[in-house]
Design a binder for this molecule. Structure first.
Ligand code: SF4
Length: 252
């Protein structure tokens, strides 16, 4: 198949994010088009890197990403243990095999330099990540806040169906990789009616779990209802993690 994907060139790739960890974003935009809304899209619009949602959902591959990463890793004087893919795009974007190929090449490059990768996707983790050429210290994660496909179509329209996402993560677990589920932004009942227990049960095999609330939007409802709801969900999450020997973190 001939690739239709647009390409851009960058002057640098590797950076330390405001959250304190190292990161690479090798695609501009994201076809998943999440509507919580997506913080990366809000920032891209504010700083003129995306005109509107349609423009954001037309991803452009950073064609010199691998070359930049190689050069920057050789020149870096600071010690780097882990690099995250990605904060402002999705490394395994649905419908874009070029993105997946580049992500795999970047992870391989990091591992060859003795650096672990932490990966987070709303796509499907490819089986290649379970191969011996990748470092077993990589953390491979999916974002997952619901099992309701109606919710996904409304808020994560371009992302992978939940069962496929979980299936990819299960394959990584079976291959002996370190797995993570990122449950943020978890929706309140004013957004979708659901119980958290089946969602937790679907990923009980993971090594790490992060749980966080829904920000950047009035949708979660009044603070007094919202805060009580999140306190109760956090209690359930902590108990579940203890019971299943999962390293759990509860965020804001
Ligand atoms: S997958 Fe991530 S980067 Fe892509 S639109 Fe959704 S929240 Fe934004």
């Amino acid at each position: 198949m001939v690739s239709e994907m647009e390409r851009v060139r960058r002057k640098s790739l590797l950076y330390r994010s405001g959250l304190g960890f190292w990161c690479v974003n090798h695609v501009q935009g994201c076809a998943h088009g999440c509507r919580y809304p997506c913080y990366a899209y809000l920032m891209a619009r504010r700083y003129g890197r995306a005109e509107d949602e349609a423009d954001w959902r037309r991803p452009r591959l950073v064609e010199n990403a691998l070359e930049l990463l190689e050069r920057e890793l050789v020149r870096k004087r600071e010690r780097i243990d882990v690099v995250h893919l990605s904060l402002t795009t999705d490394p395994f974007m649905v419908g874009y095999p070029e993105v997946a190929s580049l992500s795999l090449a970047l992870i391989r490059c990091l591992n060859a330099h003795g650096i672990r990768a932490s990966v987070l996707t709303k796509g499907v983790l490819p089986p290649e990540l379970g191969e011996a050429r990748f470092d077993r210290g990589n953390t491979l994660g999916i974002s997952l806040v619901s099992l309701d496909e109606g919710f996904r179509r409304r808020f994560e329209p371009g992302a992978a169906p939940y069962r496929e996402r979980i299936g990819g993560l299960e394959r990584m677990h079976a291959a002996g990789c370190r797995t993570l589920v990122h449950m943020e932004p978890y929706p309140t009942p004013s957004i979708v009616r659901q119980r958290i227990e089946p969602l937790l049960g679907a990923v009980s095999f993971v090594d790490e779990l992060y749980f966080g609330g829904w920000n950047y939007s009035p949708l979660p409802g009044a603070p007094e209802l919202r805060d009580g709801f999140y306190r109760e969900q956090a209690r359930i999450v902590r108990a579940f993690c203890r019971q299943h020997d999962i390293r759990g973190t509860v965020g804001p």
